[in-house]
Unconditional design. Structure first.
Length: 95
């Protein structure tokens, strides 16, 4: 999640135990540096299913929220690239 977005929406944050880098789809690391903070669990609704997600906080110029590959692999949503939408076959669990 973008730092500025979290601040704007007063989302609680905390430090991470072990700072880590964030890799992009092309294998490169983001240039804003290691993740040193994350959010408290944020409750989201996807296709009627509730999820609680703790987001890593980064500086992002392109998107306020990004679902990472580990989350996508865990929940395995059906993605429709033409409509830019996704849905779940089963209920969403916390991550």
């Amino acid at each position: 999640m973008d730092n500025a977005f979290a601040f704007k929406h007063a989302i609680p944050r905390s430090g991470v135990a072990q700072p880590s880098g964030v890799g992009m789809a092309d294998g490169k690391q983001i240039c804003s540096g290691a993740v040193t903070e994350c959010t408290a669990p944020v409750r989201l609704l996807f296709d009627g299913a509730a999820c609680s997600i703790c987001f890593n906080l980064i500086a992002s110029l392109h998107a306020p929220v990004v679902l990472g590959l580990p989350w996508l692999e865990l929940h395995n949503p059906q993605i429709n690239w033409r409509s830019r939408s996704f849905r779940f076959d089963n209920s969403c669990s916390s991550y």
